[in-house]
Design a binder for this molecule. Structure first.
Ligand code: ADP
Ligand code: MG
Ligand code: ZN
Length: 504
């Protein structure tokens, strides 16, 4: 059922960069499994008299991301101090970018798996991308509050969208695409569960009231840290704004944004502060850091360093390999899987050209066969055995050989499944396994005919059924012949031969 209101959403996203060191000092940026407060120095804990130095790797990563999302890189940008007082910020200010961010504008286009009646593609514009340092991590443990300064001063990029998002599902899909772009660029693992990617979601609701289009004020939901939380919190908050508005609640008179938190357990938002309590950050230019300059040449070089991006790769997989759109999405959404597919596909082309058995048409079909076997069988077995794709013993070359043997009908699909299982366990190559296990498909017509006749003679009743018009009974006979051949016959061929004999 369509909702009685429209939803408008804009996101502010923080992405932790995978640099070697922190944003303005040489402390390590890799704190996984490290004791709290061991990756710190006088700069990142804000001792007076220390001077920050800009991490060039962080700027390069930010600029590559900016270009990947079609932002314009500012020829000159600068850092500013954002002042606030809180235990997670020992300097009393955060170094961020205010009026001259690294990147401005930009957009991405996404496909949305939306229900009927809603748009299935969306053009989401960006407002800006800027660089900043992260604050320390506060941990509340009963009455104690603990601070881990390891995270203090680590590099972040903040990406702000225009309010172009129309539904909570779009917000989630958009964020997943942004994560994928960051992963393709290698600038962040962008794992929401690990806090590499954090999102504040702004939402307002538009509705008709006495024939007039009205809008509610904006709610900003802070610090969402899973895709599910983004979607659920937005669904909840949009509905709450609508219900409050039509009931004549505070949203009717409120002029400004409110800030809310999301209580995952209870599934509700909780008021944090209204505008009257809002921060005044007293931004001013950071006097200790020089401005950043980008020439046309710098920008061209950065652009040239970008890898193929997910949206482009999905399109290309569909045209180059004629695989389905759905499969292209599943493959590209996992960079390692997409790369395994692509390597296997090129090996497959090689197998088939050396064997010289296949026409161009069956070559095209074999790519879809490859995608099917990769996604429905190989990945399924790996998942079952909890083996990550990067750790598998099966090389793209061996996998391609398996697919070539299926495409050439050298083995049938049940034998291929058996071969694949052995390949995963041992890393042995396809042809070797086929030979050792005697799985080569029998396409010797004479031999299959013999088996068919044997089965027909042994199953008079079934034969009578088939002749009386029970077509299904034929499959029983096919099954019997397959059994006689120990699974090596070609089922299609068996069926044709049986039909031929029975029609006489
Ligand atoms: P603030 O300074 O309070 O964070 P901004 O104007 O910078 O406000 O906007 C922050 C976010 O609010 C942006 O992501 C923007 O897309 C979003 N936003 C702006 N207008 C709306 C709206 N009417 N409904 C929902 N989100 C909005
Ligand atoms: Mg904000
Ligand atoms: Zn430091």
């Amino acid at each position: 059922m369509p909702l009685p209101y429209d939803t408008t959403i804009g996101l502010e996203i923080h992405v932790q960069l995978k640099t070697a060191s922190k944003m303005f000092c040489r402390c390590s940026n890799d704190s996984e499994g490290v004791q709290p407060n061991t990756l710190i120095c006088p700069i990142c804990v804000g001792h007076p008299g220390t001077l920050p130095v800009i991490n060039e790797q962080a700027i390069t990563m930010g600029a590559r991301m900016a270009l990947a999302i079609e932002c314009t890189i500012n020829p000159q940008s600068k850092f500013d101090r954002k002042n606030y007082f809180y235990p997670d910020l020992p300097k009393g200010y955060q170094i961020s970018q205010y009026d001259q961010p690294l990147g401005i504008g930009g957009h991405i286009d996404i496909e949305v798996p939306a229900p009927e009646g809603q748009r299935t593609s969306a053009h989401i514009r960006f407002n800006r991308l800027h660089m900043e340092e992260d604050a320390a991590k506060l941990m509340h443990d009963g009455a104690d509050s603990l601070v881990d300064y390891n995270r203090g001063g680590t590099p972040l990029m903040e990406i702000v969208t225009e309010p172009d998002i129309r539904s909570p599902l779009e917000a989630k899909t958009f964020l997943q695409e942004l994560r994928l772009i960051a992963r393709y660029l290698g600038v962040s693992d962008a794992d929401m569960e690990k806090g590499h990617l954090r999102c504040d979601a702004n939402v307002s609701v538009q509705l008709d009231q006495n024939g007039v289009r009205v809008t509610t004020p904006i709610s900003e939901i802070k610090n969402l840290n899973s895709f599910k939380a983004v979607e659920s919190a937005l669904i909840y908050e949009a509905e709450r704004l609508y219900q409050d508005y039509i009931a004549g609640g505070e949203t009717q008179t409120r002029k400004n944004k409110i800030t809310v938190g999301w209580d995952e357990q209870k599934g509700v938002t909780i008021m944090q502060r209204g505008k009257e309590e809002a921060h005044d950050y007293r931004y001013f230019p950071e006097p200790d850091l020089p401005p950043l300059h980008f020439s046309h040449e710098d920008i061209d070089a950065l652009r040239a360093s970008l890898p193929e991006l997910p949206a482009h790769r999905r399109e290309r997989f569909q045209t180059e390999y004629t695989i389905s759109k759905a499969d292209a999405h599943i493959l590209v959404d996992d960079k390692a899987l997409a790369e395994f597919f692509e390597k296997s596909a090129s090996e497959l082309a090689e197998w088939m050209s050396t064997d010289g058995v296949l026409s161009a048409d069956s070559q095209t079909k074999s790519y879809q066969l490859l995608a099917n076997w990769l996604l429905n069988r190989f990945v399924a077995i790996l998942n079952d055995k909890k083996i990550p794709l990067v750790d598998t013993k099966v090389t793209p070359e061996n996998f391609a050989q398996l697919i070539a043997r299926i495409a050439e009908k050298k083995i049938n699909s049940s034998s291929a499944q058996e071969v694949l299982g052995i390949m995963i366990d041992t890393g042995a190559d396809t042809d070797q396994i086929i030979k050792e296990k005697g799985l080569e498909q029998v396409s010797d017509e004479g031999l299959i005919k013999e088996l068919c006749e044997k089965v027909i003679n042994a199953n008079e009743k079934v034969v009578a059924d088939i002749k009386a018009g029970k077509e299904n009974a034929l499959m029983f006979l096919v099954g019997q012949v397959m059994k006689e051949s120990k699974g090596t016959a070609q089922p299609e061929m068996v069926k044709e031969i049986l039909k031929g004999i029975l029609s006489k």
